[in-house]
Design a protein around this ligand. Structure first.
Ligand SMILES: C[S@@+](CC[C@H](N)C(=O)[O-])C[C@H]1O[C@@H](n2cnc3c(N)ncnc32)[C@H](O)[C@@H]1O
Length: 361
């Protein structure tokens, strides 16, 4: 198994390919990608044996912006008999039993791409999971309960008779089926955008720190807040929010007593005097370079300690644009001698945009 499969939103395969080439090269691993537009995944084949496994361990999933999942896979199994798909899959796993300790496996994911076309395969994947799991367990695999540091098995179907067979390390993968967290839209939220911030909080803030960093004693500014989906997520955690937008905020948010609506320009707005702002969030639809400069200004001036914002990417060279924006912010913060954490992800609820998180340490 010397390939990786990386899942992504359909249409972002080129970004995934550019990113995996750049980041694996930085780790001294060389290979090439196979990209099919709008397929929802990319295959990266390493030149040297064992290097796909090395990447699965050392290239941290959080460092990959556009990939949702990182899995070591076999060559594509094709024309597998429809009356017995299990035997060739078991054979494939038994080939790797010497290199991977399958006794450490915890979980099975039978998956497909996140595309309209592949959706038809989802029902099959769900049904097939049970008999395949039973067969794997009969080999004494999937019996480990080391969910933190164990190994997950993935079978990725491209058609009903074609699949990749592989594995991921639990310590370095997305724990979600197909790499997608399933979030329920809260009916009382004023807009669907609310799910973007909810997913961002889930992705960037460890669960055990969430209430420490977002609570009744924290203050936030939300730039481009209307109608209030992001403000809703903050207010629901007790945070007091200055909601900056010329538009109208949902009445339900005013009723919480946790917001002040500021009908102002988000690029000119400054934090209220004598009020320490902890968080800046920003979902304004603007050029990424302008948003990056604005975020830098807030952090360099010490106007906030932590931020989550979107970079909208309607242009062709999306990966390049993202790199330039992240470099610009990082350089500005470095120049000020600030130490910080920066993470960026193309979240499931993001469309033509990515979400960035920065925390000043
Ligand atoms: C994508 S919507 C934000 C949705 C919001 N995050 C939510 O969850 O409901 C973008 C908002 O940015 C606001 N906006 C755009 N440019 C702005 C500016 N210069 N100053 C303040 N708000 C701005 C728009 O009025 C719009 O309401």
């Amino acid at each position: 198994m010397n390939k990786l499969i990386l899942y992504c939103r359909a249409g972002f395969e080129k970004e995934v390919a550019a990113e995996i080439i750049e980041k694996s090269t930085a780790l001294g691993v060389f290979g090439f990608t196979k990209v099919v537009d709008n397929s929802g995944y990319v295959i990266f084949e390493c030149y040297q044996n064992g290097e796909a496994d090395l990447l699965a361990k050392t290239l941290h999933i959080n460092q990959l912006i556009f990939a949702r999942q990182l899995i070591v896979v076999s060559d594509l199994l094709y024309d597998i008999p429809l009356n017995d798909r299990i035997t060739p899959i078991l054979q494939e796993y038994s080939h790797i039993e010497n290199t991977i300790n399958l006794k450490r496996t915890t979980t099975l994911f039978v998956e497909t791409a996140d595309t309209n076309q592949a959706k038809e395969l989802l029902t099959f994947c769900r049904k097939f999971t049970v008999p395949l799991r039973q067969s794997l367990k009969r080999q004494s695999w999937l019996n480990s309960d080391d969910f933190e540091y164990g190994i997950s098995l993935h079978v990725f179907f491209t058609k009903t008779d074609c699949c990749y067979v592989g594995y991921s390390y639990n310590a370095n993968h997305s724990p979600y089926f197909m790499g997608i967290p399933r979030l329920k839209f809260p009916v009382e939220a004023p807009s669907r955008s609310t799910l973007k911030l909810e997913e961002a909080i889930l992705t960037f803030i460890p669960k055990h720190e969430e209430t420490k960093r977002l609570n009744e004693n924290t203050y936030a500014v939300d730039l481009g807040a209307c109608p209030g989906g992001w403000t809703y997520q903050l207010a629901k955690r007790g945070v007091f929010v200055y909601a900056v937008d010329h538009g109208k905020m949902a009445d339900s948010l005013h009723e919480t007593g946790r917001i002040e609506h500021c009908p102002e320009d988000g690029f000119k707005f400054q934090p209220p005097k004598r009020k320490k702002i902890d968080w800046l969030v920003c979902d304004m639809v603007e050029k990424p370079s302008r948003i990056a400069a604005l975020i830098s200004k807030w952090l360099v001036n010490g106007w906030c300690q932590e931020t989550i914002f979107n970079l909208k990417l309607p242009m062709k060279k999306r990966y390049l644009e993202v790199q330039q924006c992240l470099h610009k912010i990082s350089n500005d913060l470095d120049k000020q001698g600030l130490s910080f954490i920066i993470q960026a992800k193309h979240l499931y609820h993001d469309r033509e945009e990515i979400t960035v998180h920065i925390q000043i340490k």
